[in-house]
Design a binder for this molecule. Structure first.
Ligand code: NA7
Length: 536
């Protein structure tokens, strides 16, 4: 086994988003010489790349920020209940300044490969520029929704106007006034960008394949007085996020849909629809996402809201999902999204009825029409959860490729380790708890840090998940997904992306248990002295 002196660094972290930044802070506290590689030119990850107009949280801002630093909580003020992207990017830059993080981050440094080096007991990481860097530990902080995907329409390169993917948005402002704009995709990103572009574009045409069930965000400004009041409740806020199912301020109502009278039910749904944030999705009756009849109740309720909000009944029906129930895919939160379709400058095209045939030099051709555009916006999403892993050539013990190991779906121990990939820790790997993501990030960083501290204390330099522990964990992951209506629907949450080879079939792609259950499992691995890992 090599000594650390054979290696350039104690740890290499891939990515300088929320998880990479916090991990760097903790690694420094462990006294580890750390190098972070970041593909972008600045910190922020998701909030660096997704700078499209309208990008914002739909977790309450004060439940989303870092909780580990009390001074930071005192110092920073959110100005809206759901902060827009520029504010979050500013916040993350403030954190980078405060902790002087940039001196250990190399920007414009895209990692292309990482290989386990048995002889040196470490990792060799290759960058796009061909340079190689070695470390004892490798920590992936590469995000769960960070590998953007484009459709495969013929002619995409020939378009003479401007075209952008929402997650690869340029830093220079894009002007829509007087322009004819197309948006392809109506997921959470599409819904946000449509709301914004519709305000100024001369003509906005939305190409929709699958409508999603959207619900009102009810965003509002936070006054300085209100921010003081929120600040005084931070302990309570983060305690609550630690107890709820998916780390949001909202958590399922203990009642079942049919425990109450129809009047009570209607009143409860009305209340949720009128309240801020994800309550209607994750704070609804507890059987809403498992009981078909219950799901039909909420779907009917939201469908009627859409009918009330969209003037043209034909357009309203196009916007109402028919092939999946409310909440079985990610619910985009919106501000006047449905009302956009009442504007004379906004047109909705159903590409199931009239598929896009090609992108032309001047616009888009569908099976029945030719459209001219100045700008095409691809809001076509991500190769979620593991796409970012596939874009790096990870080689583990004995030359095994991560991509091959995961050919039938990712496997892991608590989403953070993979057998055959020693000393590699994934902060947002497949099967970590999702939901309000920074809460999971903080937990995972602390867990990895505690493991490293344990290794330091016991003089260990090697950690690998035991295959039988991976098997036990994966059985739990599979079991959690049984009976969920969301498992019957194509979405990034079930690992389906029709634009990507090998992502056509539904799988249990993510952890669907509760965050407290997830944490209890991870805590137990630690409490039992990491017996689920081979430490050497
Ligand atoms: P999503 O939710 O994956 O949405 C992508 C959208 O793009 C969705 O409406 C797709 O339709 C559509 N799409 C993708 N490819 C095509 C083609 N070829 N033709 C037409 N339409 C297409 O990504 P988002 O960025 O909105 O959100 C991802 C997550 O990030 C979100 O859940 C948040 O948690 C943050 P489809 O539904 O596949 O028919």
């Amino acid at each position: 086994t090599g000594t650390a002196s054979d290696l350039d660094h104690d740890a290499i972290v891939i990515g300088a988003g929320m998880s990479g930044m916090f991990q760097l802070i903790r690694l420094r506290e462990l006294g580890m010489k750390t190098q972070v590689f970041e593909a972008g030119t600045g910190v922020g990850g998701t909030w660096y790349w997704n700078r499209y107009p309208g990008a914002r949280f739909d977790s309450e801002s004060y439940s989303y920020g870092y909780s580990f630093d009390k001074d930071l909580l005192k110092e920073w003020s959110w100005t809206e209940h759901f902060a827009p992207q520029p504010e979050t990017e500013r916040y993350l830059n403030l954190v980078a300044d405060k902790y002087d993080l940039r001196r250990d981050i190399r920007f414009s440094a895209r990692v292309t490969a990482a290989a386990w080096d048995e002889a040196r007991r470490g990792w060799t990481v290759t960058l796009e520029d061909g340079s190689r860097h070695s470390s004892r530990f490798l920590i992936t902080a590469i995000g769960a929704l960070s590998a953007p995907t484009m459709p495969n329409f013929p002619g995409m390169d020939e378009f003479r106007g401007e075209s952008y993917h929402t997650a690869l948005w340029p830093k220079t402002p894009v002007e829509f006034a007087g322009k004819r704009v197309a948006v392809i995709g109506t997921g959470a990103s599409g819904v946000q960008v449509i709301q914004e572009v519709s305000k100024t574009a001369a003509q906005l045409t939305v190409f929709q394949r699958t409508p999603n069930w959207c619900a009102p965000l009810h965003n509002a400004k936070i006054s300085p007085e209100e921010m003081e009041e929120i600040r005084s409740r931070y302990d309570e806020i983060f305690k609550r996020c630690g107890e709820t199912f998916s780390c949001f301020l909202h958590t399922p109502d203990p009642r079942n849909t049919f425990d109450v009278t129809p009047e009570e039910r209607e009143a409860f749904l009305e209340k949720l629809y009128s309240e801020r944030g994800f309550g209607i999705w994750v704070g609804n009756f507890k059987d809403m996402l498992t009981n078909r009849a219950a799901n039909e109740e909420i779907s009917r309720f939201v469908a009627n809201k859409i009918r009330q909000r969209v003037k043209d009944p034909k357009v309203a029906e196009m916007l109402i999902p028919k092939d999946h129930g409310f909440g079985t895919r990610r619910v985009p939160l919106e501000t006047n999204y449905y009302e956009c379709y009442n504007q004379p400058n906004v047109k909705l095209v159903d590409v199931r009825a009239t598929p896009i045939e090609r992108i032309t030099p001047t616009g888009i051709r569908t099976s029945d029409a030719e459209y001219e555009f100045d700008i095409i916006i691809y809001a076509t999403g991500f190769d979620a959860l593991r796409g970012a892993f596939d874009r790096i050539d990870f080689t583990g013990k004995g030359g095994i490729k991560l991509k091959d190991k995961w050919a039938d779906g990712a496997t892991s121990l608590v989403g953070m380790l993979v057998d055959d990939f020693p000393n590699m820790f994934m902060l947002l790997g497949p099967h970590t708890a999702l939901g309000n993501i920074p809460r999971s990030i903080e937990y995972n960083v602390e867990w990895v840090t505690a493991l490293l501290r344990h290794m330091q204390a016991h003089g260990k330099t090697y950690a690998e998940a035991r295959p039988e522990a991976v098997e036990r964990w994966m059985a739990h992951v599979m079991e959690c997904a049984v009976g969920l209506l969301s498992m019957e629907v194509d979405s990034w949450m079930t690992g389906v992306n029709r634009n990507v080879e090998g992502r056509q079939k539904r799988i249990v792609a993510r952890y669907t248990g509760s965050a407290p259950t997830y944490r209890a499992w991870c805590d137990e691995v630690a409490a039992k002295g990491y017996r689920d890992l081979t430490l050497a």
